[in-house]
Design a protein around this ligand. Sequence first.
Ligand code: PRT
Ligand code: ZN
Length: 286
Amino acid sequence: MNTKITLAIQKSGRLNEGTIELLNRCGIRISNGNNHLKALAEGFPMEVLLLRDDDIPQYVADGVADIGILGYNEVLEKGKDIEVIRELGFSRCRLSIAVPRDVNYSGRQWLSGKRIATSYPEILKTFLNQNAIEADIHTISGSVEITPGIGMADAIFDIVSSGGTLLSNNLKEVDVIMKSEAVLVANKSLDEQKSELLKKLEFRIEAVRKAQRNKYILLNAPKDKLNQIISLIPGMKSPTVLPLAIEGWCSLHSVVNEDDFWEVIGRLKDAGAEGILVVPIEKMVI
Ligand code: PRT
Ligand code: ZN
């Protein structure tokens, strides 16, 4: 009955903040105490292991941790036999080939026979094999971006986010090989109780993610244009319509997906909607 699920997360680094924020939104708070490897969670039967992200796949594969949160790139690189449960929408980045700015990169075959520096040799190897390219992979653990400048490599294969690091090292991104974001992973043989806990956690994450992807909108509409305005809102089911104290007007409430958001707002204004309010949604359970 007192089963807890063990979650491995990054102790510090680029994933840490997004992970803690997601857990908080799911009603799970972590108190680190003085023990810096383990932490207890409030609001969910969970124990948390604070690790380097590189170690998370192994911990989850071995069952020392039941589940983990880390970058998809790290999951692929380590190649452990673990299950990717779902994407989490933060720490988004891409893994790309970059070359010195003055290089005329004519296409992937340009990489043949070249020296490519990376911290992700396995992902790079797979990419090169798939494209029948033979190149020298130089595996280094950090500061990959400086290697072309010091004559150690002709190209790099690295994580790019804003592109600022490439720019300041006189490099240009020429080929995006894959996209990555934080994912939830799990051990493949969780017992029934732990699988139940994982499902409960997934349910909470789903509610948070849906809420993040949607906005609640409130607007005033003239009654004679109500039908036209309603037809513009791709809402949950049908929008809520409430009468206003002013004759001939009503208030309309609905939910709009962030992908359609700006377009829908524009069309609503054109159709005569006024006083449009947009409100973030805390949780969304459908
Ligand atoms: O100490 P530990 O081993 O736990 O952490 P780490 O140093 O190995 O990883 P960390 O914290 O740097 O990154 C963790 C994860 O965050 C990565 O595996 C990616 O999934 C994700 N992520 C998202 C990033 C970036 N964005 C990112 N920009 N990881 C690294 N970078 C680096 C990149 O290597 C390059 O040096 O940032 C630089 C590029 O950034 P821009 O914005 O200048 O393009
Ligand atoms: Zn790492």
